[in-house]
Design a protein around this ligand. Structure first.
Ligand SMILES: Nc1ncnc2c1ncn2[C@@H]1O[C@H](COP(=O)(O)OP(=O)(O)OP(=O)(O)O)[C@@H](O)[C@H]1O
Length: 579
């Protein structure tokens, strides 16, 4: 039960069980000083009551026993610390690694539903909450519960009537906490959601800082963020108040046991059912037992809170990943799409596409913005899984190939270039981690990167900032082309690969790409139709369907959508802004 509740690994569960066991021993040993006190009371009070000789137990024996107890408690405390703290930190470190590993294998569809701040919150904050609960609360709480049951049962044997008087209100307080568990869980989820909105807002501001500043939207975004912060504070206070009220009520009910012990004890002494010594023993125990019991309730609230964090972690861990074989032999790199349907959300974006992209040829996808060109290229690389139909490479359905294995066959240049906050050298090396410095410099020259790299103070060793913010759009795109050249994979996807590059460099880079693509399967997505006039096949996509295909000349003869698009682009090239 505890294993599932906290989503623990086998080792983590074993450590928790050991820490509970040692916790029980520790709690029961805490009763030993109480026993010693009772013995002391007994040896001093009983002679007065019974008018007998004083105990002959001397001071040194008491001191010796007390010292031994102190050493015993110290040793147990040490073992408890090692088991609960060290194992909790180990468990949370492993949880983070496992989650990061899982995130690495998640399909892109997952990232469409969840944003980065959500994942960061789970990886950092949720795991930290769980770490705190495992190190400070879970073991402590369960061992305290078990110890209280053991002590309660022992007291029953000693004097069941007084024991019932002492513990009668415990079940009522526990039931009260458990009954309100769902409300607390719901409240905690609500607070987490409001916190997530703040993270989202901060992330959005940081991502779009240029646009926000450029459009003087700082105040609007600041107000929005402040609104979310205020909302989160309100919700957190409301939840703190309701959880606090529940716990305080349970603790008050619990402490009624103290009153009942006094009243019942006095009644029983007057009736002669118990002696003064038994009464005093219960009074001492009552003074010791209610504090740990009260803290159990506090801990229970924390454990309930941690469940919403565990649920978010489980959501990532249980998300279905794309599977497939790691050892696949592709006889060729011809790509075939048969009756492919796909939707990101409800509405279909790709609506029954049949397409052949041959090895050794260059195929271009053209069509209006939003018609589904990039989606087709991403489906071929299995960034998403299709809903219907099949996509085959060399006759093998890509659904049967492990995504990472499949991507080894692709060199991809996307419109939105992603660069790392690292040196230019390392950013190009991403294409092939085994490449030598000479190879990297060779592809950088082919992609016309050397031009701007030589102007930088540290050349290839220059760190380019987060996502290459110190570079221009065209320079960033050239680095991503160099990466693709370095990877030199058999299938090449170029999605508006040269869109941000000036015409002079574009022609030179296209020459380099021309050398790269010989004998390979090439799919180009282009808006500027003049750049694909000479390709082997042009496929016109409209509204998720293939509407025309053929060479440039064949399509011009058709006088359909392609020829219209071409003449519109020629017209727009002649436009000028007049005053
Ligand atoms: N991750 C996504 N989640 C939801 N919808 C998406 C996603 N990516 C694209 N779309 C939608 O799918 C449709 C096709 O997009 P796609 O990027 O494939 O078009 P495109 O033809 O490449 O457009 P462009 O030429 O402007 O780049 C669009 O309506 C777009 O809004």
């Amino acid at each position: 039960m505890l294993k599932n509740y906290f989503a623990l690994s086998d080792k983590g569960y074993k450590n928790l069980k050991q820490s509970i066991f040692i916790g029980v021993i520790y709690n029961i040993s805490l009763m030993l000083p109480v026993g010693l006190l009772i013995y002391l009371l007994n040896s001093f009070i009983t002679p007065f009551i019974n008018d007998t000789e004083k105990s002959s137990m001397n001071f040194w024996i008491f001191s010796g026993i007390a010292l031994l107890l102190f050493i015993l408690l110290y040793i147990i405390e040490k073992i408890k610390y090692r088991l609960s703290y060290i194992s909790a930190y180990e468990e949370s470190a492993n949880t983070r690694i496992n989650l990061a590993e899982k995130i690495r294998t998640l399909p892109l569809s997952y990232f469409g539903k969840k944003n980065i701040s959500d994942l960061t919150m789970t990886l950092m904050e949720d795991v930290t909450t769980l770490e705190h609960v495992l190190s400070h609360t879970a073991g402590e709480m369960v061992s305290a519960m078990i110890s209280i049951v053991i002590i309660g049962v022992s007291l029953m044997f000693f004097n069941w009537k007084m024991a019932v008087a002492l513990l009668a209100f415990v079940p009522i307080a526990v039931i009260m906490i458990l009954v309100t568990k769902n409300i607390q869980h719901k409240n905690n989820k609500m607070v987490s959601k409001s916190k997530l909105k703040i993270y989202d807002s901060i992330q959005e501001i940081l991502d779009n800082i240029k646009v926000i500043k450029g459009s003087n939207l700082e105040d609007i975004y600041y107000d929005k963020l402040k609104g979310k912060l205020d909302d989160s504070i309100k919700k957190a206070l409301k939840v703190e108040f309701s959880t606090g009220s529940i716990i305080m009520s349970a603790q008050s009910i619990l402490r009624l046991g103290f009153v009942t012990v006094i009243i019942t004890g006095i009644y029983f002494i007057m009736n002669g059912q118990i002696d003064l010594m038994t009464f005093l023993i219960f009074m001492v125990i009552a003074s010791r037992i209610f504090d740990p019991l009260s803290s159990v309730f506090m801990m229970l609230a924390e454990v309930i809170h941690s469940r919403s964090c565990v649920e978010r972690m489980l959501e990532i861990e249980n998300y279905e990943i794309q599977k497939g074989s790691k050892s696949v032999n592709l006889s060729s790199y011809d790509i075939n799409l048969e009756d492919v349907y796909f939707s990101y959300e409800k509405e279909s974006v790709i609506k029954g596409i049949n397409l052949e992209i041959k090895q050794g040829e260059v195929t271009a996808l053209v069509g209006p913005s939003g018609c589904g060109k990039s989606t087709i290229s991403k489906l071929i690389a299995r960034f998403w899984d299709i809903n219907e139909g099949s996509i085959k490479i060399g006759g093998v359905d890509i659904n049967t190939i492990d995504p990472e294995e499949l991507l080894k066959n692709f060199s991809i240049v996307f419109q939105d270039v992603v660069l790392f906050n690292d040196t230019i050298y390392n950013n190009i090396k991403v294409g092939n981690m085994n490449a030598s410095k000479q190879e990297i410099e060779r592809v950088a020259k082919l992609a016309r990167c050397d031009e701007f790299i030589n102007k930088l103070s540290n050349g290839y060793e220059t760190v380019i900032g987060e996502n290459g913010y110190t570079l221009s759009g065209g320079e960033r795109q050239r680095i991503s082309i160099a990466r693709a050249l370095l990877k030199d994979a058999p299938i090449i996807l170029l999605d508006e690969a040269t869109a941000s590059i000036d015409p002079e460099n574009e022609t030179l880079i296209q020459d380099a790409i021309g050398k790269l693509i010989k004998g390979k399967t090439v799919l180009i997505i282009a808006h500027r139709l003049r750049t694909i006039e000479n390709v082997d096949k042009i496929v016109v996509i409209n509204n998720g369907k293939v509407v025309e295909q053929g060479t440039n000349d064949e399509l011009l003869e058709l006088k359909g959508m392609y020829s219209k698009m071409l003449s519109l682009q020629k017209e727009s090239a002649e436009w000028e802004i007049k005053q």
